[in-house]
Write a protein that binds this ligand. Structure first.
Ligand code: HEM
Length: 446
Protein backbone atom coordinates (compact mmCIF):
# COMPACT_ATOMS: atom_id res chain seq x y z
CA UNK A 1 0.00 0.00 0.00
CA UNK A 2 1.29 3.41 -0.88
CA UNK A 3 1.25 5.60 2.21
CA UNK A 4 1.26 9.29 1.61
CA UNK A 5 2.17 10.95 4.91
CA UNK A 6 1.58 14.41 3.60
CA UNK A 7 -1.99 13.58 2.74
CA UNK A 8 -2.70 11.61 5.90
CA UNK A 9 -1.20 14.29 8.12
CA UNK A 10 -2.91 17.09 6.33
CA UNK A 11 -6.33 15.54 6.48
CA UNK A 12 -7.54 13.76 9.60
CA UNK A 13 -6.90 10.93 12.01
CA UNK A 14 -7.98 7.62 10.54
CA UNK A 15 -11.10 7.19 12.61
CA UNK A 16 -12.45 10.56 11.65
CA UNK A 17 -11.66 9.80 8.04
CA UNK A 18 -13.63 6.58 8.20
CA UNK A 19 -16.44 7.71 10.47
CA UNK A 20 -16.82 11.49 10.44
CA UNK A 21 -20.26 11.32 12.00
CA UNK A 22 -18.75 9.71 15.11
CA UNK A 23 -16.43 12.64 15.71
CA UNK A 24 -19.09 15.16 16.57
CA UNK A 25 -18.80 18.66 15.05
CA UNK A 26 -21.24 20.84 13.19
CA UNK A 27 -23.12 19.74 10.10
CA UNK A 28 -20.86 21.92 7.97
CA UNK A 29 -17.72 20.40 9.49
CA UNK A 30 -19.02 16.89 8.87
CA UNK A 31 -19.92 17.79 5.30
CA UNK A 32 -16.42 19.20 4.77
CA UNK A 33 -14.89 16.02 6.15
CA UNK A 34 -17.06 13.88 3.89
CA UNK A 35 -16.07 15.97 0.88
CA UNK A 36 -12.41 15.64 1.76
CA UNK A 37 -12.82 11.93 2.25
CA UNK A 38 -14.51 11.51 -1.12
CA UNK A 39 -11.70 13.43 -2.82
CA UNK A 40 -9.05 11.45 -0.99
CA UNK A 41 -10.78 8.19 -1.83
CA UNK A 42 -10.55 9.13 -5.50
CA UNK A 43 -6.87 10.04 -5.27
CA UNK A 44 -5.73 7.41 -2.76
CA UNK A 45 -8.20 4.52 -2.65
CA UNK A 46 -5.66 2.15 -1.07
CA UNK A 47 -4.91 4.59 1.69
CA UNK A 48 -8.54 5.11 2.58
CA UNK A 49 -9.45 1.44 2.58
CA UNK A 50 -6.35 0.72 4.65
CA UNK A 51 -7.34 3.31 7.22
CA UNK A 52 -10.86 1.96 7.40
CA UNK A 53 -9.49 -1.49 8.01
CA UNK A 54 -7.82 -0.41 11.22
CA UNK A 55 -11.23 -0.32 12.91
CA UNK A 56 -11.40 -4.08 13.33
CA UNK A 57 -13.71 -7.08 13.60
CA UNK A 58 -16.39 -8.02 11.13
CA UNK A 59 -16.56 -4.54 9.65
CA UNK A 60 -12.91 -4.79 8.78
CA UNK A 61 -13.36 -8.20 7.19
CA UNK A 62 -16.34 -7.25 5.04
CA UNK A 63 -14.89 -3.92 3.95
CA UNK A 64 -11.57 -5.50 3.15
CA UNK A 65 -13.30 -8.35 1.28
CA UNK A 66 -15.07 -5.77 -0.84
CA UNK A 67 -11.92 -3.72 -1.39
CA UNK A 68 -10.09 -6.89 -2.34
CA UNK A 69 -12.46 -7.69 -5.17
CA UNK A 70 -13.02 -4.27 -6.67
CA UNK A 71 -11.84 -4.70 -10.20
CA UNK A 72 -12.12 -4.31 -13.86
CA UNK A 73 -15.07 -3.47 -16.08
CA UNK A 74 -16.10 -5.23 -19.25
CA UNK A 75 -13.34 -6.45 -21.49
CA UNK A 76 -13.30 -8.40 -24.73
CA UNK A 77 -15.25 -7.41 -27.79
CA UNK A 78 -18.07 -5.05 -26.93
CA UNK A 79 -20.91 -4.15 -29.22
CA UNK A 80 -22.08 -0.57 -28.57
CA UNK A 81 -25.65 -1.78 -29.20
CA UNK A 82 -25.43 -3.91 -26.06
CA UNK A 83 -24.87 -0.96 -23.74
CA UNK A 84 -27.67 -0.62 -21.17
CA UNK A 85 -29.77 1.30 -20.44
CA UNK A 86 -30.57 2.48 -23.97
CA UNK A 87 -31.47 6.12 -24.59
CA UNK A 88 -34.97 6.83 -23.35
CA UNK A 89 -34.81 4.39 -20.44
CA UNK A 90 -33.88 6.10 -17.23
CA UNK A 91 -33.47 4.92 -13.69
CA UNK A 92 -36.20 5.89 -11.28
CA UNK A 93 -36.43 4.38 -7.81
CA UNK A 94 -39.74 2.59 -7.18
CA UNK A 95 -42.34 4.50 -5.19
CA UNK A 96 -44.42 3.28 -2.27
CA UNK A 97 -47.18 1.82 -4.46
CA UNK A 98 -44.87 0.03 -6.89
CA UNK A 99 -44.61 -3.74 -6.68
CA UNK A 100 -41.13 -5.22 -6.36
CA UNK A 101 -40.16 -8.67 -5.09
CA UNK A 102 -37.59 -11.49 -5.10
CA UNK A 103 -36.29 -11.16 -8.69
CA UNK A 104 -33.54 -8.57 -9.07
CA UNK A 105 -33.62 -8.89 -12.87
CA UNK A 106 -37.31 -7.98 -13.20
CA UNK A 107 -37.12 -5.34 -10.44
CA UNK A 108 -34.31 -3.62 -12.31
CA UNK A 109 -36.14 -3.71 -15.63
CA UNK A 110 -39.13 -2.01 -13.98
CA UNK A 111 -36.84 0.61 -12.40
CA UNK A 112 -35.80 1.69 -15.92
CA UNK A 113 -39.20 1.47 -17.58
CA UNK A 114 -38.39 -1.65 -19.64
CA UNK A 115 -41.31 -3.08 -17.63
CA UNK A 116 -44.19 -1.01 -16.24
CA UNK A 117 -42.80 0.95 -13.30
CA UNK A 118 -45.70 -0.06 -11.06
CA UNK A 119 -44.52 -3.69 -11.24
CA UNK A 120 -47.72 -5.10 -12.69
CA UNK A 121 -46.48 -6.86 -15.80
CA UNK A 122 -47.82 -9.10 -18.52
CA UNK A 123 -46.44 -12.09 -20.38
CA UNK A 124 -45.49 -10.27 -23.58
CA UNK A 125 -43.85 -7.38 -21.74
CA UNK A 126 -41.71 -9.82 -19.75
CA UNK A 127 -40.51 -11.71 -22.82
CA UNK A 128 -39.65 -8.48 -24.56
CA UNK A 129 -37.98 -6.72 -21.61
CA UNK A 130 -35.87 -9.69 -20.46
CA UNK A 131 -34.50 -10.18 -23.97
CA UNK A 132 -33.86 -6.50 -24.49
CA UNK A 133 -32.35 -5.74 -21.09
CA UNK A 134 -30.37 -8.91 -20.41
CA UNK A 135 -30.55 -11.09 -23.54
CA UNK A 136 -32.50 -13.83 -21.81
CA UNK A 137 -33.49 -16.55 -24.32
CA UNK A 138 -37.15 -16.69 -25.27
CA UNK A 139 -37.49 -20.32 -24.15
CA UNK A 140 -36.18 -19.54 -20.65
CA UNK A 141 -38.30 -16.42 -20.30
CA UNK A 142 -41.35 -18.35 -21.55
CA UNK A 143 -40.95 -21.10 -18.95
CA UNK A 144 -40.48 -18.60 -16.11
CA UNK A 145 -43.27 -16.29 -17.17
CA UNK A 146 -45.70 -19.18 -17.76
CA UNK A 147 -45.24 -20.44 -14.22
CA UNK A 148 -45.45 -16.92 -12.85
CA UNK A 149 -48.79 -16.25 -14.56
CA UNK A 150 -50.18 -19.65 -13.72
CA UNK A 151 -49.19 -19.83 -10.05
CA UNK A 152 -48.96 -16.19 -9.08
CA UNK A 153 -50.98 -14.16 -11.54
CA UNK A 154 -54.05 -13.79 -13.67
CA UNK A 155 -54.71 -16.06 -16.60
CA UNK A 156 -57.14 -13.82 -18.46
CA UNK A 157 -54.79 -10.86 -18.68
CA UNK A 158 -51.63 -13.06 -18.60
CA UNK A 159 -50.23 -10.81 -15.91
CA UNK A 160 -48.60 -10.90 -12.49
CA UNK A 161 -47.10 -8.60 -9.84
CA UNK A 162 -43.34 -8.50 -9.32
CA UNK A 163 -43.74 -8.56 -5.54
CA UNK A 164 -46.95 -9.06 -3.69
CA UNK A 165 -50.35 -8.99 -5.35
CA UNK A 166 -53.21 -6.86 -3.99
CA UNK A 167 -54.10 -7.92 -0.45
CA UNK A 168 -50.90 -9.98 -0.31
CA UNK A 169 -52.42 -12.58 -2.62
CA UNK A 170 -50.28 -13.87 -5.48
CA UNK A 171 -47.31 -12.08 -6.97
CA UNK A 172 -43.78 -13.48 -7.25
CA UNK A 173 -43.42 -13.37 -3.44
CA UNK A 174 -45.74 -16.37 -3.27
CA UNK A 175 -43.66 -19.20 -1.89
CA UNK A 176 -42.75 -22.47 -3.60
CA UNK A 177 -44.44 -21.71 -6.88
CA UNK A 178 -41.62 -19.95 -8.69
CA UNK A 179 -39.99 -18.45 -5.56
CA UNK A 180 -37.97 -21.06 -3.68
CA UNK A 181 -35.86 -21.77 -0.62
CA UNK A 182 -32.04 -21.76 -0.89
CA UNK A 183 -31.93 -18.62 -3.01
CA UNK A 184 -28.66 -16.87 -3.78
CA UNK A 185 -29.25 -13.84 -1.57
CA UNK A 186 -32.72 -14.16 -0.03
CA UNK A 187 -33.62 -16.02 3.15
CA UNK A 188 -35.89 -19.08 3.19
CA UNK A 189 -39.58 -18.33 3.46
CA UNK A 190 -39.98 -20.08 6.84
CA UNK A 191 -36.76 -18.80 8.44
CA UNK A 192 -37.38 -15.28 7.17
CA UNK A 193 -40.85 -15.47 8.75
CA UNK A 194 -42.32 -14.80 5.32
CA UNK A 195 -39.61 -12.43 4.14
CA UNK A 196 -38.33 -14.34 1.11
CA UNK A 197 -37.88 -11.27 -1.05
CA UNK A 198 -35.54 -8.68 0.50
CA UNK A 199 -31.79 -8.88 -0.09
CA UNK A 200 -30.20 -10.49 2.98
CA UNK A 201 -27.15 -8.64 4.25
CA UNK A 202 -25.57 -11.67 5.90
CA UNK A 203 -26.01 -13.79 2.77
CA UNK A 204 -24.33 -11.20 0.59
CA UNK A 205 -21.51 -10.90 3.13
CA UNK A 206 -21.08 -14.66 2.72
CA UNK A 207 -21.18 -14.34 -1.08
CA UNK A 208 -18.55 -11.59 -1.05
CA UNK A 209 -16.31 -13.69 1.22
CA UNK A 210 -16.51 -16.62 -1.22
CA UNK A 211 -15.68 -14.31 -4.13
CA UNK A 212 -12.72 -12.90 -2.21
CA UNK A 213 -11.42 -16.35 -1.28
CA UNK A 214 -11.68 -17.51 -4.90
CA UNK A 215 -11.18 -15.64 -8.14
CA UNK A 216 -12.39 -12.31 -6.77
CA UNK A 217 -15.42 -12.65 -9.06
CA UNK A 218 -18.97 -13.94 -8.77
CA UNK A 219 -18.25 -16.75 -11.18
CA UNK A 220 -19.81 -20.22 -11.26
CA UNK A 221 -17.37 -21.50 -8.65
CA UNK A 222 -18.14 -18.69 -6.21
CA UNK A 223 -21.87 -19.16 -6.75
CA UNK A 224 -21.58 -22.94 -6.28
CA UNK A 225 -19.95 -22.30 -2.90
CA UNK A 226 -22.69 -19.87 -1.98
CA UNK A 227 -25.29 -22.47 -2.95
CA UNK A 228 -23.57 -25.24 -1.02
CA UNK A 229 -23.22 -23.21 2.20
CA UNK A 230 -26.83 -22.04 2.04
CA UNK A 231 -28.12 -25.55 1.26
CA UNK A 232 -26.29 -26.84 4.35
CA UNK A 233 -27.78 -24.07 6.45
CA UNK A 234 -31.32 -24.72 5.19
CA UNK A 235 -31.03 -28.48 5.66
CA UNK A 236 -29.88 -27.94 9.24
CA UNK A 237 -32.32 -25.22 10.24
CA UNK A 238 -35.42 -25.25 8.04
CA UNK A 239 -37.84 -28.06 8.89
CA UNK A 240 -40.06 -26.90 6.02
CA UNK A 241 -37.38 -27.08 3.37
CA UNK A 242 -39.04 -28.78 0.44
CA UNK A 243 -37.34 -29.24 -2.87
CA UNK A 244 -40.33 -28.92 -5.09
CA UNK A 245 -39.24 -29.37 -8.71
CA UNK A 246 -40.02 -26.17 -10.51
CA UNK A 247 -39.04 -23.61 -7.89
CA UNK A 248 -35.97 -25.69 -7.13
CA UNK A 249 -34.95 -25.45 -10.77
CA UNK A 250 -35.44 -21.68 -10.66
CA UNK A 251 -33.41 -21.29 -7.52
CA UNK A 252 -30.53 -23.44 -8.76
CA UNK A 253 -30.52 -21.67 -12.13
CA UNK A 254 -30.65 -18.29 -10.37
CA UNK A 255 -27.16 -18.93 -8.96
CA UNK A 256 -25.81 -19.23 -12.50
CA UNK A 257 -27.81 -16.13 -13.51
CA UNK A 258 -25.35 -14.04 -11.50
CA UNK A 259 -22.41 -14.58 -13.86
CA UNK A 260 -24.49 -15.38 -16.95
CA UNK A 261 -26.67 -12.24 -16.89
CA UNK A 262 -25.11 -9.73 -14.50
CA UNK A 263 -21.54 -9.78 -15.82
CA UNK A 264 -20.43 -6.63 -17.53
CA UNK A 265 -20.03 -7.94 -21.07
CA UNK A 266 -20.50 -11.58 -22.02
CA UNK A 267 -19.48 -14.06 -19.35
CA UNK A 268 -16.84 -16.38 -20.76
CA UNK A 269 -16.03 -13.99 -23.60
CA UNK A 270 -14.31 -11.14 -21.81
CA UNK A 271 -17.17 -10.03 -19.59
CA UNK A 272 -16.71 -10.02 -15.84
CA UNK A 273 -19.05 -10.86 -12.96
CA UNK A 274 -17.33 -8.33 -10.74
CA UNK A 275 -18.39 -6.72 -7.49
CA UNK A 276 -19.27 -3.41 -9.14
CA UNK A 277 -21.77 -5.01 -11.51
CA UNK A 278 -23.24 -7.57 -9.16
CA UNK A 279 -23.69 -5.31 -6.13
CA UNK A 280 -25.30 -2.56 -8.19
CA UNK A 281 -27.66 -4.86 -10.10
CA UNK A 282 -28.86 -6.74 -7.02
CA UNK A 283 -29.06 -3.51 -4.98
CA UNK A 284 -26.46 -4.26 -2.27
CA UNK A 285 -24.92 -1.09 -0.85
CA UNK A 286 -22.10 -1.49 1.63
CA UNK A 287 -22.22 0.64 4.75
CA UNK A 288 -18.54 0.90 5.55
CA UNK A 289 -19.20 1.85 9.14
CA UNK A 290 -21.15 -1.33 9.97
CA UNK A 291 -20.01 -3.82 7.34
CA UNK A 292 -23.70 -4.49 6.51
CA UNK A 293 -25.35 -4.23 3.12
CA UNK A 294 -28.48 -2.17 2.83
CA UNK A 295 -30.97 -3.11 0.12
CA UNK A 296 -31.27 -0.28 -2.39
CA UNK A 297 -33.20 -0.22 -5.69
CA UNK A 298 -31.62 -2.41 -8.35
CA UNK A 299 -29.60 -0.41 -10.86
CA UNK A 300 -27.15 -0.98 -13.71
CA UNK A 301 -23.65 0.35 -13.03
CA UNK A 302 -22.18 2.97 -15.38
CA UNK A 303 -20.86 1.64 -18.69
CA UNK A 304 -22.58 -1.71 -18.45
CA UNK A 305 -22.99 -4.03 -21.44
CA UNK A 306 -25.46 -6.90 -21.50
CA UNK A 307 -24.34 -10.31 -22.76
CA UNK A 308 -24.17 -10.27 -26.53
CA UNK A 309 -26.06 -13.49 -27.32
CA UNK A 310 -29.07 -15.12 -25.64
CA UNK A 311 -28.80 -17.41 -22.63
CA UNK A 312 -31.61 -19.91 -22.88
CA UNK A 313 -33.26 -22.71 -20.93
CA UNK A 314 -30.98 -25.57 -21.92
CA UNK A 315 -27.83 -23.58 -21.18
CA UNK A 316 -29.22 -22.31 -17.86
CA UNK A 317 -30.19 -25.79 -16.69
CA UNK A 318 -26.94 -27.31 -17.89
CA UNK A 319 -24.94 -24.69 -15.97
CA UNK A 320 -27.19 -24.95 -12.92
CA UNK A 321 -27.21 -28.72 -12.73
CA UNK A 322 -23.60 -29.38 -13.68
CA UNK A 323 -21.81 -26.47 -11.99
CA UNK A 324 -23.97 -25.36 -9.05
CA UNK A 325 -26.18 -28.22 -7.89
CA UNK A 326 -23.54 -31.00 -7.58
CA UNK A 327 -21.88 -28.99 -4.81
CA UNK A 328 -24.75 -29.95 -2.51
CA UNK A 329 -27.54 -32.29 -3.64
CA UNK A 330 -31.03 -31.47 -2.42
CA UNK A 331 -33.19 -34.28 -3.77
CA UNK A 332 -36.01 -33.17 -6.04
CA UNK A 333 -38.71 -35.23 -7.68
CA UNK A 334 -37.14 -36.11 -10.97
CA UNK A 335 -37.26 -39.65 -12.22
CA UNK A 336 -33.91 -39.35 -13.94
CA UNK A 337 -31.93 -38.25 -10.88
CA UNK A 338 -28.85 -40.39 -10.46
CA UNK A 339 -29.04 -41.83 -13.98
CA UNK A 340 -27.21 -40.93 -17.14
CA UNK A 341 -30.48 -39.42 -18.37
CA UNK A 342 -30.42 -36.55 -15.90
CA UNK A 343 -29.84 -33.68 -18.30
CA UNK A 344 -31.29 -30.33 -19.26
CA UNK A 345 -33.55 -31.63 -22.01
CA UNK A 346 -35.08 -34.26 -19.78
CA UNK A 347 -35.67 -31.78 -16.97
CA UNK A 348 -37.47 -29.48 -19.39
CA UNK A 349 -39.55 -32.41 -20.61
CA UNK A 350 -40.36 -33.24 -16.97
CA UNK A 351 -41.73 -29.74 -16.62
CA UNK A 352 -43.87 -30.14 -19.68
CA UNK A 353 -45.05 -33.58 -18.57
CA UNK A 354 -45.82 -32.19 -15.14
CA UNK A 355 -48.10 -29.62 -16.69
CA UNK A 356 -49.83 -32.23 -18.75
CA UNK A 357 -50.78 -34.24 -15.70
CA UNK A 358 -51.62 -31.81 -12.94
CA UNK A 359 -54.66 -30.81 -11.02
CA UNK A 360 -54.31 -27.15 -10.13
CA UNK A 361 -53.29 -24.90 -8.05
CA UNK A 362 -54.34 -21.34 -7.46
CA UNK A 363 -57.36 -21.68 -9.66
CA UNK A 364 -58.37 -24.28 -7.06
CA UNK A 365 -61.72 -24.37 -8.75
CA UNK A 366 -63.59 -26.70 -11.03
CA UNK A 367 -62.10 -29.27 -13.33
CA UNK A 368 -63.02 -26.98 -16.18
CA UNK A 369 -61.00 -24.11 -14.67
CA UNK A 370 -58.13 -26.51 -14.22
CA UNK A 371 -58.31 -27.67 -17.78
CA UNK A 372 -58.41 -24.11 -19.07
CA UNK A 373 -55.37 -23.15 -17.02
CA UNK A 374 -53.31 -26.12 -18.10
CA UNK A 375 -54.26 -25.76 -21.74
CA UNK A 376 -53.18 -22.14 -21.57
CA UNK A 377 -49.82 -23.08 -20.07
CA UNK A 378 -49.25 -25.87 -22.57
CA UNK A 379 -50.08 -23.50 -25.38
CA UNK A 380 -47.21 -21.28 -24.22
CA UNK A 381 -44.73 -24.04 -23.47
CA UNK A 382 -45.31 -26.47 -26.32
CA UNK A 383 -43.78 -24.26 -29.02
CA UNK A 384 -40.55 -23.84 -27.05
CA UNK A 385 -40.30 -27.19 -25.27
CA UNK A 386 -42.60 -29.51 -27.18
CA UNK A 387 -42.09 -32.23 -29.67
CA UNK A 388 -40.90 -29.98 -32.43
CA UNK A 389 -38.22 -28.29 -30.41
CA UNK A 390 -36.77 -30.59 -27.75
CA UNK A 391 -38.44 -33.84 -28.71
CA UNK A 392 -40.32 -34.34 -25.44
CA UNK A 393 -42.85 -37.19 -25.55
CA UNK A 394 -46.47 -36.20 -25.96
CA UNK A 395 -49.24 -37.15 -23.58
CA UNK A 396 -52.74 -36.09 -22.79
CA UNK A 397 -54.06 -33.62 -20.26
CA UNK A 398 -55.52 -35.51 -17.30
CA UNK A 399 -56.91 -33.16 -14.71
CA UNK A 400 -58.09 -36.03 -12.53
CA UNK A 401 -54.59 -37.27 -11.83
CA UNK A 402 -53.68 -37.23 -8.14
CA UNK A 403 -50.17 -36.12 -9.05
CA UNK A 404 -50.59 -32.51 -7.98
CA UNK A 405 -47.95 -30.06 -9.03
CA UNK A 406 -48.76 -27.48 -6.37
CA UNK A 407 -50.07 -29.38 -3.35
CA UNK A 408 -52.24 -27.47 -0.88
CA UNK A 409 -52.33 -24.62 -3.33
CA UNK A 410 -55.02 -22.70 -1.54
CA UNK A 411 -53.64 -23.13 2.00
CA UNK A 412 -52.07 -20.50 4.18
CA UNK A 413 -48.35 -20.11 3.76
CA UNK A 414 -48.14 -21.13 0.15
CA UNK A 415 -48.55 -24.38 -1.72
CA UNK A 416 -46.62 -26.57 0.70
CA UNK A 417 -48.66 -25.28 3.57
CA UNK A 418 -45.79 -24.21 5.78
CA UNK A 419 -46.81 -22.31 8.92
CA UNK A 420 -48.36 -18.88 8.70
CA UNK A 421 -45.95 -16.02 8.61
CA UNK A 422 -46.26 -12.42 9.58
CA UNK A 423 -48.40 -10.57 7.09
CA UNK A 424 -46.19 -7.51 7.56
CA UNK A 425 -43.27 -9.45 6.04
CA UNK A 426 -45.15 -10.54 2.94
CA UNK A 427 -45.66 -7.19 1.20
CA UNK A 428 -43.70 -5.49 -1.56
CA UNK A 429 -40.02 -4.69 -1.17
CA UNK A 430 -39.16 -1.75 1.04
CA UNK A 431 -35.77 -0.31 0.09
CA UNK A 432 -32.94 1.56 1.82
CA UNK A 433 -32.94 -0.75 4.82
CA UNK A 434 -30.71 -3.54 6.10
CA UNK A 435 -32.30 -6.98 6.32
CA UNK A 436 -30.90 -9.99 8.18
CA UNK A 437 -27.66 -8.98 9.85
CA UNK A 438 -27.39 -12.51 11.30
CA UNK A 439 -28.32 -15.97 10.05
CA UNK A 440 -31.90 -16.81 11.10
CA UNK A 441 -31.62 -20.30 12.59
CA UNK A 442 -35.16 -19.79 13.95
CA UNK A 443 -37.92 -17.84 12.13
CA UNK A 444 -36.94 -14.17 12.28
CA UNK A 445 -40.37 -12.86 13.24
CA UNK A 446 -39.43 -10.05 15.61
C1 HEM B 1 -38.69 -14.12 -17.21
C2 HEM B 1 -39.32 -13.92 -16.12
C3 HEM B 1 -38.76 -14.08 -14.74
C4 HEM B 1 -39.46 -14.53 -13.68
C5 HEM B 1 -40.92 -14.94 -13.66
C6 HEM B 1 -38.56 -14.53 -12.55
C7 HEM B 1 -38.91 -14.90 -11.28
C8 HEM B 1 -38.05 -15.00 -10.21
C9 HEM B 1 -38.40 -15.46 -8.91
C10 HEM B 1 -39.79 -15.87 -8.46
C11 HEM B 1 -37.29 -15.47 -8.16
C12 HEM B 1 -37.12 -15.96 -6.73
C13 HEM B 1 -36.45 -17.31 -6.81
C14 HEM B 1 -35.89 -17.76 -5.51
O1 HEM B 1 -36.60 -17.72 -4.51
O2 HEM B 1 -34.73 -18.19 -5.48
C15 HEM B 1 -36.21 -14.99 -8.98
C16 HEM B 1 -34.92 -14.87 -8.55
C17 HEM B 1 -33.91 -14.45 -9.33
N1 HEM B 1 -34.01 -14.00 -10.63
FE1 HEM B 1 -35.68 -13.93 -11.74
N2 HEM B 1 -37.34 -14.09 -12.95
C18 HEM B 1 -37.40 -13.78 -14.28
C19 HEM B 1 -36.39 -13.23 -15.05
C20 HEM B 1 -35.13 -12.98 -14.59
C21 HEM B 1 -34.09 -12.34 -15.34
C22 HEM B 1 -34.23 -11.76 -16.75
C23 HEM B 1 -32.97 -12.34 -14.55
C24 HEM B 1 -31.62 -11.78 -14.82
C25 HEM B 1 -31.34 -10.94 -15.71
C26 HEM B 1 -33.31 -12.96 -13.31
C27 HEM B 1 -32.43 -13.15 -12.27
C28 HEM B 1 -32.77 -13.67 -11.04
C29 HEM B 1 -31.81 -13.90 -9.97
C30 HEM B 1 -30.33 -13.66 -10.00
C31 HEM B 1 -32.54 -14.38 -8.89
C32 HEM B 1 -31.99 -14.77 -7.52
C33 HEM B 1 -32.08 -13.60 -6.57
C34 HEM B 1 -31.31 -13.84 -5.27
O3 HEM B 1 -31.78 -14.58 -4.40
O4 HEM B 1 -30.21 -13.30 -5.15
N3 HEM B 1 -34.62 -13.33 -13.35
N4 HEM B 1 -36.70 -14.70 -10.22
Amino acid sequence: MRFNLAIAGAVLPSLALGFPQMMGGTKEEILDMLKERAELEKREPDLVSGLLNTVGGLVKTVVSDVDGILGSVAGGLLNPNDKRPEPGYTFQAPGAGDSRGPCPGLNLLANYGYLPRNGYVNFGQVLDATARGFNMGTDLATVLATFAVLANGDLVTESFYLGSGPGSVGGLNRHSTVEADISPNREDYYLGCGDNHHLSSRLFQQNVAFAKAGSGKFDMQTMAQQYSASADFSKANNPFLYAFPFPQIVSVAAFSFYPAFFSNGTFGAGGVPNYESISSIIGAKLDRSTGQFSYVPERWPENWYRRSYPYGAVQALTDGFTQIYPSNIVVPLFAQLGTANFNATNILCDILQGFRSITPLIVAGTEKDAGTAISWALGKLDPVLGIGSLGCPSSVLSPDQPDILFPSASQTGGPINSPSVQASKAGNNVYNKVYFTAAPSKPACS
